[in-house]
Design a protein around this ligand. Structure first.
Ligand code: BDR
Ligand code: CA
Length: 312
């Protein structure tokens, strides 16, 4: 299996990323680190522990990371994910503990302890990952196999017309990651909007009949309501789990190598990912960029993950 550290800000779609990473036999989930994004880091950490508890995910350390971006003030996505960051279902007190280490220490110690290179999967703002790269560049070069992140877009944004939320929340961190020289794969909004959680998906989950499946339906129902209210979309895009789906099935998402620049200034465009798909800038490619996805195969992975964990 592919050893993975998931860095997330749960978040409804982050929650499904945890489930897929924990359930799929091709992934070895080594650790979960949390970051401020959809909600404060206290809330995203609590939510990660809630999801692990509900899904029976034991023995995967969960550590809290940065409380905000490397520079400037943080943003949250209360309008999409609610006050808790994971509104919708009721959660009991989580039994999965918070690891006493901070996220950067857990990243470092997990990489050092693992015999081979590890894949980092960030599905929130890139603050933790950038802080780790700044603090331990040698270790990262040696022990990080690749970074497969959800963020950015080849076209429109969602936080602003130009910028996607995860990049808008910490553009400097995103710039550090894209400039790192590491093997970076970007799965952006242009891909995630190809996998809306349509009613048929909720029906399939409902039919599983387990408490976990019920919880997943409640998550997607809430997520669907806010997406309808805020963006007028019929169904919410399932952004984050595309990262893990790409890892377990490399044919699922089409990628192209391209230069990606993060807009750090810009009057109206700070946080935009400027992706040169046509090679007009002459800059060297620094990332693989997702362009298309086999949506039915993606949903099979999600439904199967919820089934497997629900039956454990
Ligand atoms: C990204 O922003 C967050 O709200 C989601 O969890 C996802 O990571 C989509 O723009
Ligand atoms: Ca996220």
């Amino acid at each position: 299996p592919i050893p993975v550290i998931l860095d997330c800000d749960p978040g409804h779609d982050d929650a499904f990323t945890i489930l897929l990473a924990a359930a799929h036999p091709s992934v070895e989930l080594l650790a979960i680190t949390t970051v401020a994004g959809n909600a404060t880091v206290e809330k995203t950490s609590l939510n990660a522990r809630r999801v692990c508890t509900a899904a029976g995910i034991r023995g995967v350390p969960v550590a809290a990371g940065l409380a905000g971006p490397l520079h400037g003030a943080g943003i949250v996505a209360r309008n999409i994910h609610g006050e808790s960051g994971l509104d919708g279902p009721g959660f009991g007190e989580p039994t999965v503990p918070l690891d006493p280490r901070d996220a950067i220490t857990l990243l470092r110690e997990t990489l050092l302890a693992h015999p081979g290179p590890v894949t980092l999967v960030p599905t929130g703002p890139l603050s933790n990952i950038a802080a780790f790269l700044l603090a331990h560049p040698g270790l990262a070069a040696e022990r990080v196999d690749r970074i497969v992140l959800m963020g950015g877009s080849t076209g429109r944004g969602n936080r602003t017309p130009a910028a996607e939320f995860n990049i808008a929340a910490d553009p400097e961190a995103a710039d550090i990651v894209f400039s790192s020289g590491l093997d970076v794969t970007m799965i952006g909004l242009n891909v995630s909007h190809q996998v809306p959680a349509a009613p048929g998906v909720l029906t399939r989950l409902e039919a599983l009949g387990t408490p976990l499946a019920r919880l997943c339906v409640e998550l997607l129902t809430y997520f669907g309501t806010t997406y309808r209210e805020v963006f007028g979309l019929a169904a919410p895009p399932m952004h984050d789990p595309l990262t893990v789906a790409h890892l377990v099935d490399p044919d699922l998402i089409t990628t192209v190598r391209a230069p990606v620049a993060v807009e750090l200034t810009g009057t109206h465009t700070r946080g935009a990912t400027v992706v040169d798909l046509d090679g007009v800038t002459g800059r060297p490619a620094n990332a693989r960029v997702g362009t298309a996805v086999d949506a039915p195969a993606f949903w099979d992975l999600i439904v199967d993950a919820v089934r497997v964990l629900g039956e454990r």
